[in-house]
Design a binder for this molecule. Structure first.
Ligand code: DGY
Length: 319
């Protein structure tokens, strides 16, 4: 039987590429450059399937120019805000993502950002590294304690719940806002708030874990930052679109917020140059899911979805 033709747009894990080469007639972009609109359009005529990352943008305009050959876009990501889902579905193209497998890695990174933001990781690392650590005082680099503090989580899906589980290890009091209240077994004692405003009012620490959609774009704006308790700390490992970055900067510069930990930015790659001057913004370059274990699991999950599709079954993560 002829193997389906598959285009893998980026350098996925070795184990993923080996399995893809075994089971598909695959072309791998070893150069690892993000797929352009023209490349996606050309690929739609040459391949039955694409495994893209969030770096490839399937806009309505791009999808409108697709040929009829492409049958499935099996994303190597849980987020699908880079895909115009209605346009893809209207073309009869199946779309899948990779939920579950990156929840722990992303929650670990959220913990790193929360702790780093709370304890002056940026400035502390720099002064030691540059030989500027020349004194010590009880008043030196005093941060905010996580243990026992109230953590507000917006979006209590898989990643939000994984983060809550890790935060319980720090004896944090967990509160959340979600579109619907969780079952008692999923909530594990976390306190439900039926509005974002109510959650913000008590969140000493706030962590964002909801997808970027038209409804959540700019979710954290001037008015909402103002609702956080003074000295609050904001963590974002979800998507840059959730945060109005000027509003965040205003809240930090005014001293209303103490710090932020960010893995996601409105502009990626690159981030926001205006953040660079602020030691109380601990930043990482969108690496929430970047562990070896998780990269293999994401690649395998994308391939599982493809395998099911080409076996005539419904892929487990069909959107
Ligand atoms: C995801 O899976 O959505 C991560 O942000 C990496 O793309």
């Amino acid at each position: 039987m002829t193997k389906p033709r598959l285009w893998i747009t980026r350098r996925l894990s070795d184990a993923t590429l080996e399995r893809a080469e075994r089971d598909y007639d695959v072309v791998i972009n070893h150069a690892d450059t993000p797929g352009t609109a023209d490349e996606l359009i050309a690929a739609s005529a040459e391949f039955d399937a694409i495994i893209p990352c969030h770096s490839e943008h399937f806009s309505a305009d791009v999808v409108a120019q697709f040929s009829d050959r492409l049958k499935i876009v099996a994303n190597h990501s849980v987020g699908v805000d880079h895909c115009d889902l209605p346009s893809l579905k209207a073309r009869g193209i199946a779309i899948t993502n990779t939920p579950d497998v990156l929840s722990d890695a992303t929650a670990e990174l959220a913990m790193l950002l929360m702790l780093g933001a709370a304890r002056h990781a940026v400035a502390g690392d720099r002064i030691v590294r540059t030989g500027q650590w020349d004194s010590w005082s009880p008043a030196f680099m005093v941060g905010k304690q996580v243990t026992g503090a109230r953590l507000g989580i917006i979006g209590m899906g898989r990643v939000g719940r994984a983060f809550a589980a890790k935060a319980r290890g720090f004896d944090m009091e967990i509160h959340y806002y979600n579109r619907s209240e969780l079952s008692a077994s999923d909530a594990q004692g976390a306190v439900y708030h039926d509005s974002i405003e109510s959650l913000l009012g008590i969140a000493d620490f706030l962590s964002l874990h909801c997808p970027a959609t038209p409804e959540t774009t700019g979710l954290m704006n001037d008015a909402r930052f103002a609702l956080l308790p003074k000295g609050g700390i904001v963590v974002n490992t979800a998507r840059g679109a959730l945060v109005d970055e000027s509003a965040l900067l205003n809240a930090l510069q005014s001293g209303h917020l103490a710090a932020a930990g960010l893995d996601c930015f409105q502009v990626e790659p690159g981030g926001n140059p205006a953040f660079a001057a602020h030691d109380n913004i601990f930043m990482l370059p969108h690496i929430g899911s970047a562990t070896r274990t998780t990269r293999d699991a994401m690649g395998f999950r994308a391939l599982d979805n493809l395998d099911a599709f080409f076996a005539g079954k419904t892929p487990g993560d069909l959107l």
